[in-house]
Design a protein around this ligand. Structure first.
Ligand code: ADP
Length: 606
């Protein structure tokens, strides 16, 4: 069976056809021989019985007249039957009465009673009672040579064998020709499959030679190849595109002044552009994986690793300002940004990042911060120290006015009036400046305050002006915010104070409300005052910037600058929407949650 499995399908087909044909022919031949043998025996039994009866009938006379010669004469008729080898007629007392022998030697078996046919060895004996008027006169026994059956079997066997040989020969010839009908399409299919697997060329097709199941198999095989070919082409195109993209990326990364890197989803650096090697003087092999940690400033390393691991775990963008050691050993500040690239299922496939040298910018920022601190300190000290002499100017001009009123002529009185007014304005200016510098320097507040309570305080502070102006101050539902109470108080006070100051003829109506937008609360302070020309919407937040110089509308131009300074320190912003004559609405945002740090950016004031 094992060897049968290994032989080619062509030979298998021939063997199958031959074995099947031989089995069918042998079965049919055996069937014919057996059937013929059985039929022949039946026929022989009937034929011999009839012959025996006929001989018995013809022998009655001879027995009745005791004439053995006549009986022998009757038996001679058996010569016509070549296989009857002998016959014996017995008298009732079993003595042999007459005999017949084909060969000349009579060998009479013992007489039997009763009629019957018996097969004994290679002989068949027929016993027939000879009757006259139903009275037994004797018995006839015929002996038949059964070699005829053997001859017949041999004849049939020979015939069957010849037919078998001929048929097998014919089957061999026919199968040798007909097997190609099945074997050829299969070998084509095998050759095509072998060629595809050896060359990897999916444009090869198997030749279809028939419309049967093999034809259908070839069609499906070719369709399969076409499908693979198209997918193979798509894959090749996609790979080509990926290669092109990679080349483009590398070209871009190599030609950029910035340092560029990519990392695996687990954070190992797997690409660093040329600028990295030039900057650090290290090879890619030294920096790849986590090798980059060796050139991070020791003071920045812990935060760097913590943030990078956090980004890898969460997929959030990475951003950090830190110092890298240059080839000459000097550290330079860099801004590193990295973003995760994801596939369609949202899984991170790689990290791509840039490192921008911000050393000069960082140094300038530091210089600027120091200068601003100095300036703020100077403004604070100056405004603080100036308060004392200004107060003296106010006190002594008041004293002069009271004690020397009679001595002063009209001009003197007028000059004293100018002096008092200037002193008063100087005092307001200095106190506003002090408030501005305090707003710039105040510490971050960590606790939440109730903004509606703060608004109430501001309203109480402005109670006199509200009453004088017959103003109405209303508010909607106000939230808790993470902001210093004094800071929020100052913002409300400045905005409501301005709404009262820049009122129209109608009694002022001021409404304060707040809505949440993302992570911020957006407050609004709306009034029905004189409004602002939109072209000045930004300008009015600058330090000392005023639109109305009317003497009745006194001011220093610092109030809105203070508001902006405070709001920006908390990471928010302030702006106005207004039209002249239609009132103004001031908006400002503050974080809904605790701010992470004070904004260090410069105020646009000044
Ligand atoms: P000040 O009120 O001391 O002049 P501010 O910084 O508070 O300084 O305001 C700057 C300018 O913005 C004001 O001079 C005024 O012209 C304009 N302004 C502020 N608030 C309002 C308001 N509610 N309606 C109209 N104009 C306003």
């Amino acid at each position: 069976m094992h060897t049968l499995r290994q032989i080619p399908i062509k030979q298998k087909l021939v063997i199958i056809i031959m074995v099947t044909t031989a089995a069918a022919l042998i079965t049919a031949g055996l069937g014919i021989v057996i059937a013929d043998s059985l039929l022949f025996r039946g026929y022989l039994r009937r034929d011999l019985s009839a012959t025996a009866r006929m001989i018995a009938d013809n022998s009655t006379g001879a027995l009745a007249f005791n004439d053995p010669a006549a009986a022998a004469q009757t038996l001679v008729a058996l010569r016509e039957l070549p296989h009857v080898i002998g016959a014996c007629i017995y008298q009732p007392d079993t003595r042999v009465f007459a005999t017949y022998s084909r060969e000349g030697r009579v060998d009479c078996p013992p007489a039997q009673r009763g009629d019957g046919v018996r097969f004994v060895g290679d002989r068949l004996t027929v016993s027939q009672t000879i009757l006259l008027d139903n009275r037994p006169l004797g018995t006839l026994i015929l002996s038949y040579d059964l070699t005829e059956i053997g001859e017949r079997i041999r004849l049939y066997g020979g015939t069957v064998l010849s037919v078998l040989l001929f048929a097998s020969l014919l089957a061999l010839l026919l199968s040798a020709r007909l097997r190609t009908i099945i074997a050829t399409p299969i070998s084509h299919l095998v050759s095509a499959a072998t060629a595809v697997s050896q060359t990897g060329d999916y444009s090869i097709r198997a030749q279809k030679l028939s419309e049967d199941e093999l034809g259908a198999l070839v069609d499906r095989f070719n369709e399969m190849l076409a499908g693979i070919q198209s997918r193979d082409n798509d894959l090749k195109n996609a790979l080509h595109k990926v290669d092109q993209e990679r080349e483009r990326f590398h070209f871009l990364a190599e030609s950029m002044p910035q340092k560029i890197f990519t990392a695996t989803p687990t954070g190992e650096n797997d690409y660093l552009n040329r600028q990295w090697m030039e900057f650090t003087g290290l090879s890619f092999a030294q920096m790849q994986g986590w090798g980059w940690t060796q050139f991070i400033h020791p003071d920045d390393l812990e935060a760097n690793l913590r943030l990078w691991r956090q980004s890898i775990a969460t997929g959030e963008p990475f951003r950090l300002e830190h110092r890298f050691r240059r080839a000459d050993g000097k550290y330079r500040w860099h801004l590193t940004r990295a973003h995760a690239m994801r596939d369609e299922s949202g899984n991170i496939t790689m990290w791509i990042g840039s490192n921008t040298d911000i050393h000069e910018q960082k140094e300038k920022e530091e210089e600027l911060r120091r200068a601003n601190d100095d300036l703020r300190q100077f403004a604070y000290s100056a405004s603080h120290d100036l308060q004392e002499p200004i107060r003296n100017v106010a006190v002594y001009s008041e004293l002069i006015g009271r004690r020397y009123a009679e001595v002063l002529d009209e001009d003197g009185q007028q000059f004293l009036g100018f002096l008092r007014e200037s002193g008063r304005r100087l005092a307001t200016l200095v106190s506003d400046l002090l408030a501005y510098t305090v707003a710039s320097m105040a510490e971050l507040c960590e606790t939440a305050v109730n903004s509606s309570a703060i608004l109430e305080n501001a309203r109480e502070t402005l109670a006199g002006a509200i009453r004088e102006n017959q103003a109405i101050v209303t508010h909607g539902e106000l939230p808790e915010v993470h902001m210093g109470a004094a800071h929020l108080h100052q913002v409300f006070q400045n905005l409501i104070g301005n709404a009262l100051k820049y009122r129209s003829h109608a009694p002022p109506h001021i409404h304060v409300s707040a809505v949440q937008r993302g992570g911020m609360w957006c407050f609004s302070v709306r009034d029905n005052g004189i409004g602002i020309d939109p072209q000045y919407n930004d300008k009015i937040f600058g330090l000392f910037k005023r639109l109305h110089h009317d003497r009745t509308l006194s001011g220093t131009g610092i109030g809105l600058a203070i508001c902006q300074r405070v709001v920006e320190r908390y990471g928010g912003r302030i702006w106005v929407e207004s039209e002249p004559g239609k009132g103004a609405t001031f908006f400002f945002t503050v974080p809904a949650n605790q701010p992470l740090s004070f904004a260090t950016g410069q105020s646009s004031a000044g």
